[in-house]
Design a protein. Structure first.
Length: 264
């Protein structure tokens, strides 16, 4: 598959209403349509965007996920837009927090089950963890996938970069109380791996938690190419993949690794 020289990436910052799948889907489709009108090639949605962390009804929401994916597939094919976001998935009685990536022809490029579950939010009581990283081959080239708490684990993002990812998509519900960490870690993952980061966070409230947005797109040198503040909104930025080459031409953080010195 020929890799494009650039991609217009879009991030969609949603006010997710817990348990309200129909309303959330309607809002997401409107936002995706607006991104399409802005010329986006890719739309990234937040974590668990269809229902939030509606723990008592996760099984019911997971049963709706195939129908939601069919809707996104049709929209992707109609608009020529790649679409990514995390949804509940049921498999053999287990529920996973799964990040799906739909390509612009309507096919599913891949899916990633969240590996690192956030215990303070009781995720381990309701979700089964994933067990492998995922780089998807897409019309935009190789794309790595991560979900929220995964951002705190540099090994995962490094593996995705080593596996050829030119951009890593992050779908999240990251709260206000630790938003400074989100901002710093997004830049760190981009800088240390010299790749693009496309990260969508939610905005609004879920019980006592406030989600402040701060969805953003980061360049391989740590520059913020796009940023959303405290509001439900969407925006885009163009990823020029030559910038990865230019960054690594100065010094290549992946090539200069010495795994034997790290006990690996």
């Amino acid at each position: 598959m020929t890799q494009p020289q650039s991609v217009c990436a879009g991030i969609l910052q949603l006010d997710i209403q817990k348990g309200e799948a129909d309303l959330n889907l309607k809002n997401a489709l409107r936002g995706i349509h607006r991104l399409s009108e802005k010329g986006a090639d890719l739309a990234v949605l937040p974590e668990m965007w269809s229902c939030g962390f509606d723990y008592p009804h996760l099984g019911m929401h997971a049963k709706k996920t195939p129908e939601i994916l069919d809707t996104l597939s049709g929209l992707a094919k109609k608009s020529g837009l790649m679409i990514a976001g995390s949804l509940p998935e049921e498999d053999q009685g287990n529920i996973y927090n799964t990040l799906y990536l739909m390509d612009k022809n309507g096919s599913l490029s891949g899916s990633y089950r969240k590996i690192h579950l956030f215990e303070p939010n009781q995720e381990k009581l309701y979700f089964q963890p994933g067990d492998h990283a995922q780089v998807c081959e897409t019309s935009a080239g190789p794309v790595g996938l991560m979900t929220c708490f995964d951002l705190r684990f540099p090994e995962l993002c490094r593996f995705l970069a080593l596996d050829g990812a030119r951009m890593v998509i992050i779908s999240a519900q990251w709260p206000q109380s630790r938003i400074q960490h989100w901002d710093i870690l997004l830049q760190a993952r981009a800088i240390e791996n010299q790749i693009f980061i496309v990260a969508a966070n939610s905005w609004g409230r879920d019980d006592q938690l406030k989600f402040p947005g701060h969805s953003q797109i980061i360049s391989p040198t740590g520059e913020r190419l796009a940023y959303l503040e405290d509001a439900e909104a969407e925006t885009t930025a163009t990823l020029e993949f030559i910038n990865i080459f230019n960054a690594r031409k100065q010094f290549d953080c992946l090539l200069e690794r010495v795994p034997s010195a790290y006990g690996l």
